[in-house]
Design a protein around this ligand. Sequence first.
Ligand code: HEM
Length: 405
Amino acid sequence: MPAVPASEVYTDSFAADPYPTFARLRENSPVCPVASPRFDSYLITRFDDAKAALTDPRLSKDLYGPGQHYLRIFGPNSEALNRNMLNSDPPEHSRLRRMISQAFAPRRIEALRPRVAQIVGELLDRIVPQGRAELMEDFAIPLPMRVICDLLGVPGEDQKRVLDWTQVIRTSGSGRKPEQDRAAVQEVQLRLHHYLAGLVKAKRAHPADDMISALIEACDHEGKLSERELVSTTFLLLFAGHQTTADFLGNATVALLTHPEQLALLRAEPDMLPAAIEELLRFDGPLPVASPRIATEDVEYGGVRIPAGSIVGVVINAANHDPEHFGEPDELDVCRERVGHIGFGHGVHYCLGVSLARMEARIGIGALLRRLPGLRLGVPVEELRRLPAASPFRGLLELPVRFSA
Ligand code: HEM
């Protein structure tokens, strides 16, 4: 099957609403070769294929192996930050993940509840008297950023510049010319690497009650993480820990504000919030395509041969709208029972931060609904500025809202 040019998939309208494209792919070309300027890939869009692919050991996550695929995907300078558990296979992956999985155990995360509630309260105290807000900048981005920085031990006075750097990566592709964009991302990767290496060094000299210090201590005792692995693990936690949650908070708010009957149901029965969060994640998740996999041998999905060496993208948001698996998949239904989505992934790379993400979303969305009466969009939904169509993330650049002050 000839490869479809990426420009035919990632059209201008795709950024606003990718779901018609996903439906077309699922129906007509569920394993679709896509050619893009930097690299070609195969997109898998049906739910059963997606789940199988996410646990298929022939689809490797080791981007730094002999093929050096990271160069094609992320460009130079990325290795120092990205060579972490997300980009490795067992047994390497198991070793890297085991080191920090304790820290993300549900019991440990539960202990963070008061701090998360406090940050939510402080952010909303600032917004409430104004009657309007830019909810990405004022709430959705700073909430998870402050939580993960606190957890890791990034000092308060550094959080603003760390946030600015990560935003250059998050918004790449929107506005700047491609070559300027690439240069900006490269520069920020270097700065972040330099900063995080310095932070690890400082924590080694002056340990504190935070996750980076705990990781250093565990390494020094057990010698399980090299200095490079420590830095790239810190980057993964910092980036994965706020980017997806921020975009999810934005997407979920828009979904509720554009489905007033669902919002009313939720306001009437706040106990439904945990289930509603799962449905909102299924409906419009922040990570449309799982991070890239590489076929280590020829594999076949849906009757299509994917040659060894190909990059494979499992399209989570297409799978989560598969009518073979979900009734009325394009409807938002906060009462949907046992959603069973793959918004947090599946298999060994299943989201490590799932308990934290759920807690932040429940506390954050719950407080928005309680404390911002009459919450509504500040511009028509079609005028919302979004991340570009080809971004690995699905999210908003801005979310202007109004409410009764
Ligand atoms: C709504 C918010 C979130 C969503 C939708 C989400 C989604 C995902 C998904 C789909 C994956 C698997 C990627 C793949 O297989 O390619 C993943 C992995 C991961 N997530 Fe999350 N995530 C969220 C929040 C968080 C938070 C708060 C953290 C905290 C640090 C976190 C840390 C991680 C890590 C470390 C991995 C890599 C796990 C591994 O490779 O074993 N995530 N996430």
